[in-house]
Design a protein around this ligand. Structure first.
Ligand SMILES: [Zn+2]
Length: 317
């Protein structure tokens, strides 16, 4: 980051994002840290390097690390302590005058909350989780102006749908298992997808289904073919993918968008239907679906409906 800032006389945050392949949150942390160390400063909305050299204070950082490790250890000890919980915590905060509270489970010698789970409740919870459908709004802004001369995206996807949260109880678990262990998505996921998509197809006059291609595996293509058959939609290959670094290694929007934009292309001469479903297995930054949808609409589609088996993004969409 310092090298990049030194090469330029002032950079805005978004200009830094497009030059460094690091998560935005991390970049912001580093910026704050470097500002505290006075090796950079911030004026208006730009960041500049100062003439001061950055010195790595190894001893200080190690001491801080040790303090944090001790705190973590105390938290782990708290889980297993037989002492009064309240007293234990107050002692950790350097107050040794605390007395036993008389109210916690250790003082009372009995559990306060029931640990037994009712089977019927478990089934209810399972049903609830399986009924969760994640809807994600389409991206409307490019990270910068280099794609179409402005930041507003001209062709925007329809609202997207994901069946599950990746890896979580229920369908999310199946997606993870099938992707890495079975190389084929199971019929249970197919059935649920059919159920969720039926109505969307009817309401929006969708006639065809396409998918996000992959170089490494045919798992999405295979699923999309089966899905099209079950939904009685035309199955159509519209996109091809150039070999590129996997999207999951792109750490921020500028890189994710760029990587997707330069990886996916429309197959020459393909006739793209007006209203089309776009299938992928996992949605994270949404840039792959955004870019594929954009290119489909730039080549004849009118409405693109993204659908993914699971959503793996960490933040709310
Ligand atoms: Zn107590």
């Amino acid at each position: 980051m310092l090298r990049v800032l030194r090469e330029h006389n002032g950079l805005k945050k978004c200009e830094i994002f497009s030059r460094i392949n690091i998560e935005i949150k991390e970049i912001e942390k580093v910026l704050r840290f470097l500002e505290d160390e006075a090796v950079i400063f911030n004026e208006g909305n730009q960041f500049f390097a100062t003439p001061k050299d950055y010195v790595y204070n190894e001893n200080t950082y190690n001491e801080l690390k040790q303090i944090k490790r001790n705190e973590l250890k105390q938290m782990q000890e708290l889980l297993n302590t037989k002492e009064c919980y309240s007293k234990f915590i107050v002692n950790c905060l350097d107050d040794d005058t605390a007395e036993e509270c008389g109210k916690c489970s250790n003082c009372l010698g009995e559990t306060i909350f029931d640990n037994n789970i009712d089977l019927a409740d478990m089934e209810d919870a399972q049903r609830y989780v399986n009924g969760l459908i994640i809807r994600f709004s389409p991206r409307k802004q490019w990270p910068n102006k280099k794609y179409s001369g402005k930041t507003a995206i001209e062709f925007i996807n329809q609202e997207g749908v994901a069946l599950s949260k990746y890896g979580e109880v229920g369908y999310g678990e199946l997606v993870k298992r099938d992707k890495y262990e079975n190389q084929q998505f199971c019929d249970e996921l197919l059935g649920k997808s059919v159920e969720v998509l039926k109505n969307i197809i009817k309401v929006n006059n969708i006639t065809a289904l396409t998918f996000v291609p992959s170089i490494r595996s045919n798992i999405v293509k295979n699923f999309a073919e089966r899905l099209a058959k079950r939904l009685k939609l035309e199955f159509i290959e519209t996109l091809w993918k150039k070999d590129a670094v996997q999207q999951k290694f792109m750490q921020n929007s500028a890189y994710q968008c760029d990587n997707a934009f330069n990886s996916f292309y429309i197959i020459d001469g393909v006739n793209i239907p007006k209203n089309i479903l776009l299938i992928d297995d996992i949605v994270d930054s949404k840039w792959t679906l955004t870019v594929c949808g954009y290119k489909l609409m730039d080549n004849g589609a009118e409405m693109v409906f993204p659908f993914a088996l699971a959503d793996s993004s960490r933040s709310e969409k």
